[in-house]
Write a protein that binds this ligand. Structure first.
Ligand code: 5GP
Ligand code: MG
Length: 176
């Protein structure tokens, strides 16, 4: 396990807190009078989703989706569903809450699946955009940060299941 230092911090807990609160204000305004269903992508978005819902001035429902493509730091390119949302989505306002959009394959697959459920509306909120190696066009309706071309950990994001608990977001040093 790498010994991460303050110098490796890319987004501090204070910056994250401010950004999440601002996103929640925008989302609360846009969905006023609606009760959206939030679909968090496991496992990476669990901290972001937990913070986001507590800042929203809306009554929401929450479910999850789990898609798998990553092995360590490398995307396998193949996406499979490990868990599909069970909540009824037809005619609902569905908001996907993603941790990171990188190649765009995960978000695209999930959005395609959700479109089939015929929601009333479907939008994407992502904590982090990494647009450097995009393979599928993805429209992010609510974005926290654009990240440098680094592998990030902390605030729910892992490297081989380590580091998810850290309150700040770090860039993993290159040798890992
Ligand atoms: P995509 O399918 O867009 O290439 O990958 C999206 C998923 O890959 C994200 O939801 C996240 O779980 C994982 N991922 C992409 N970049 C990073 C990163 O820098 N750090 C971590 N921990 N996961 C990442
Ligand atoms: Mg993810």
């Amino acid at each position: 396990m790498a010994n991460l230092t303050k110098g490796d911090i890319v987004f501090s807990r204070l910056e994250i807190e401010d950004r999440v609160a601002a996103l929640a204000r925008t989302i609360s305004q846009d969905y006023r009078g609606h009760n959206p269903v939030l679909i968090g992508t496991l496992k990476g978005s669990f901290v972001f989703l937990a913070d986001l819902v507590r800042h929203l001035d809306l009554a929401v429902k929450v479910d999850f989706a789990r898609l798998s493509s990553y092995r360590g730091k490398i995307s396998s390119g193949k996406i499979s569903f490990l868990y599909k949302p069970r909540i009824y989505l037809r005619d609902q306002d569905v908001l996907v809450v993603e941790d990171i959009v990188d190649s765009g394959l995960t978000a695209r697959s999930l959005i395609q699946f959700l479109e089939h459920e015929q929601p009333a509306s479907l939008r994407l909120c992502a904590l982090i955009d990494k647009p450097w190696y995009r393979e599928r066009a993805v429209e992010i309706d609510y974005l926290g940060f654009t990240a440098p071309d680094k592998f990030l950990v902390g605030y729910g994001l892992d490297y081989n299941e380590e580091y998810r608990h850290l309150p700040d977001i770090y860039a993993l040093p290159e040798k890992y």
